[in-house]
Design a protein around this ligand. Sequence first.
Ligand SMILES: Nc1ncnc2c1ncn2[C@@H]1O[C@H](COP(=O)(O)OP(=O)(O)OP(=O)(O)O)[C@@H](O)[C@H]1O
Ligand SMILES: [Mg+2]
Length: 399
Amino acid sequence: MIDIFLIAASIENAQCIVACLEESGVRYRLCTAYGSVRQLPMHARMVRSADLLIVDDANLNAPALDGIGQTLASAPTLNCMLVTPRPSAALTGAALRVGVRRVLSWPLDHQAVGDVLAKIDMQRRGPGRRGARVVALASSKGGSGTTLIAVNLAWALAARRDRRVLLIDLNQQFADASLLMANRPPPMTLADLCSRNEQFDAALFDACTMRVRANLDLLAGAGDPLKAAELSPAQLERILTLVRERYDAVLIDVGTSLNPSTVRALAHSDAISMVVRQNPLYLHGGRRMLDIFRELGHPASKVRVVVNQYDKNAQINLPMLERTLGAKVAHQLPRDDQSVDDALRRGVPLVASARDSGLAQGIGLLANMLWPPGAERRRRLVRLSATGPDLPPQLKPGA
Ligand SMILES: Nc1ncnc2c1ncn2[C@@H]1O[C@H](COP(=O)(O)OP(=O)(O)OP(=O)(O)O)[C@@H](O)[C@H]1O
Ligand SMILES: [Mg+2]
């Protein structure tokens, strides 16, 4: 829940802004005053206790921005968004310099408003917040190994760290995490969950997730690009808000797509792991992706570059790769065709079928890097009351 103070120029403008807030899916409490930015001092106390100040004013000028700057300086956790027709580059620049987060014009960009709200909601939950640590896994180009890594990280966290883990497959193309996770189809998918928007609650969520093992669930991807495209950022927002409370670790396989929903998932994530390979095409995509992360406001410290199928003799070595990407490589994973193929044939992640392999061990180290042990509160495994064997019967070797 975030607290918003809105100064609106008219009832009509306020209604348009409220429609955007509603569409964002973020829970909020709103206090509205009508007038101009000149009224700001009259509401100083209320504004300072809000999380977000929205000022809708057609006549923003330098003294008005100074006033906003002073308000922001006196309330370090306050965020501010301005709405004004045709903001000039100079006005936008000056506003950003005094600490305004976003300057928007009419008609409002619903997506931009939703992203600002999602970020503030994340911040509010803060470092001391309870709930899952969320990590998004992104692919600089198709086939980098993101899904294989996501599935194995999820399994490793669930098996070795006794955490409640959820993997969300947000791949837009032919989502395939369920194939690597278990040799049975998921009961329902993200698309089913979103198609029953009005009934969305914890029970429907449970019905749509696949129980892979006692403390590991998978929310399978739509498997159909057309259905995947129907997922709205607001729907995803509701899902992420729910799962943060229910799990200790959440992994989101965003694949290669950067669209309104995956951008929202990134905003919700505590860290982003971008997977690349030592190939010019992956580096080209990786560099662009890192630029976009920066433009979206994700600090470099939030992003971890992982080199998959690492070859120490490859022409593109680590220093060259880091120079090209302009970022440090956080981790490398070896190539291991045999373990990968064997795991796929058996329908289990390789961290279970080849746990001593270099690749499984590398994934264990990556899990510790992305979810530092002890960083999350260990929660009681509520849904573990009917704890079964480690592997579902049909996944046991030789079954
Ligand atoms: N370290 C590895 N060693 C051997 N094979 C690997 C390794 N990592 C991934 N692979 C193989 O590479 C292929 C692509 O992997 P995966 O599907 O995980 O990539 P992706 O980035 O998720 O692809 P997509 O863009 O289709 O979502 C798969 O056949 C997978 O088994
Ligand atoms: Mg994939």
